[in-house]
Design a protein around this ligand. Structure first.
Ligand code: URA
Length: 434
């Protein structure tokens, strides 16, 4: 078999066999197939798409490209959670300690930023010393001990996805339904949890811009997960504006801490309660959604979710004092306001553009090798539908480089629109697929 022939076959609209997909994934994982050939294949797949059988073969081959985690040493139902990626999506930072404080065993694997979206691992590194390259033994014992651990994708866990994820990030081949489904589900299956709760984003900040595409992605992932014996639930949620107010690594960590302290943005809290209730139900920690939501609100009110975050940060080598003193998190040198140019209502915040502005400030990667600046980003003061007067501050940019700041401000101004007519608010939770 030759990779050249497989690229040509897919480029011309052919259907790859299970053996061909296995050859391609194994060859790429062991370094025999170079990045440039795989880039061409990703672009061919991007344009030609994959059918259900190809998507399943790709998922299974990637899941088996490394070790399969055995979580049986953890007592109880192990639950994992994953988002398809968004802007300002700091959900795992607040939700995992909330669920763990309610007794759920959260064994989660997370990734870094991808395209215009941020990644949980990058955000967590805002805590000085925090490590996600923990051993499997540490992961298992930590979940047993404190109820939550988040590991990065090790070299052994779905390594094919790890390589492909980094490659797709810089070759404009992320936003393809089957590639996203196989990427997410391969690592979820390899990570071994019994139940998986998926947050499938839709809107201008999501990879799936249209709701029907998000629904197809959700159904595909639920089909793969349930087919593999994992109880899988997908919640389709709005990403047509940033989640909460903060976009950028340390800024989002601060907002997650505020949320666990009872002062979070309404939409972000609602998302945590919705996804969290599905985690509690899957783990048998609540009998109804109503009871689950009460429990989740309870662990915020009594401070146990915040304490769980501190325990989790400390367990993974991070500076837990930052949880109680978020002013110690990385901070940018300059701030600059973006103001409304007229009276009216915020009618549009082009969400992927916001993600790109954060990236331009240094908060994301332009190439695989880039080191990101954890302190930069954007904090919004208004949401879509909010009334504004000319001159009101709509967002504040946080930057360390004046040139990058000017370029990002210019772009952000074009991403925000004000209309004279009132604008209705969009529902955050669109539907649940089980
Ligand atoms: N998240 C992933 O893990 N993979 C994708 O392809 C997109 C979002």
């Amino acid at each position: 078999m030759r990779m050249y022939d497989l690229i040509k076959k897919k480029r011309d609209g052919g259907i790859l066999t299970e053996q061909e997909i296995a050859y391609m994934i194994q060859g790429y994982t062991n370094g025999k197939i170079p990045d440039y050939q795989m880039s061409a294949m990703m672009m061919a797949m991007y344009y030609q798409g994959l059918n259900e059988k190809e998507t399943l073969s790709l998922t299974m081959e990637m899941a088996h490209s490394g070790e399969l985690l055995d979580l049986s040493a953890i007592h109880g139902v192990k639950v994992d959670k994953h988002s398809t990626g968004g802007v300002g999506d700091k959900t795992s930072l607040a939700l995992t300690p909330m669920a763990a404080a309610c007794g759920v065993k959260v064994a989660k694997m997370s990734g870094r930023g991808l395209g215009h979206t941020g990644g949980t691992i990058d955000k967590l590194e805002s805590f000085a010393g925090f490590r996600t390259d923990i051993t499997t033994e540490q992961f298992l014992s930590q979940v047993n001990r404190i109820g939550v651990a988040i590991m990065g994708q090790t070299a052994d866990l779905a390594p094919a996805d790890k390589k492909l994820y980094a490659l797709r990030d810089v070759t404009a081949t992320v936003d393809q339904m089957s590639l996203i489904a196989s990427s997410i589900m391969s690592k979820k299956l390899a990570a071994g949890a019994d139940a998986i709760v998926l947050d499938v984003k839709t809107g201008s900040g999501a990879f799936m811009k249209k709701e029907e595409d998000a629904e197809a992605l959700a159904r595909e992932m639920v089909r793969i997960g349930n087919g593999a014996g994992r109880k899988t639930t997908a919640v389709i949620t709005d990403m047509d504006q940033p989640l909460g107010f903060a976009v950028g690594n340390a800024l989002e960590v601060r907002e997650a801490i505020n949320t666990l302290s009872g002062n979070g943005p309404e939409d972000f809290l609602e998302l945590c309660l919705t996804l969290g209730s599905h985690m509690l139900l899957a783990a048998g920690k609540a009998d109804s959604e109503k009871q689950a939501r009460e429990k989740l609100r309870g662990v915020i009110a009594d401070g146990s979710a915040l304490k769980k975050l501190a325990d989790f940060v400390a367990a993974q080598g991070g500076d837990a004092d930052m949880v109680y003193h978020p002013e110690r998190l990385p901070r940018a040198a300059f701030t600059e306001s973006v103001c409304a140019g007229s009276d009216g209502y915020i009618s549009r915040i082009i969400c992927d553009e916001v993600g790109i502005c954060s990236l331009m400030l240094g908060g994301g990667r332009e190439t695989k090798e880039d080191v990101i600046d954890l302190s930069v980003g954007i904090v919004f003061h208004k949401k879509k539908g909010d009334a504004v007067q000319s001159g009101d501050v709509v967002a504040t940019l946080h930057a360390n480089d004046k040139e990058k700041l000017a370029a990002a401000k210019n772009r952000l101004l074009r991403a925000i629109a004000v209309s004279a007519e009132p604008v209705s608010k969009v529902p955050l939770i669109k539907r649940v697929i089980t």
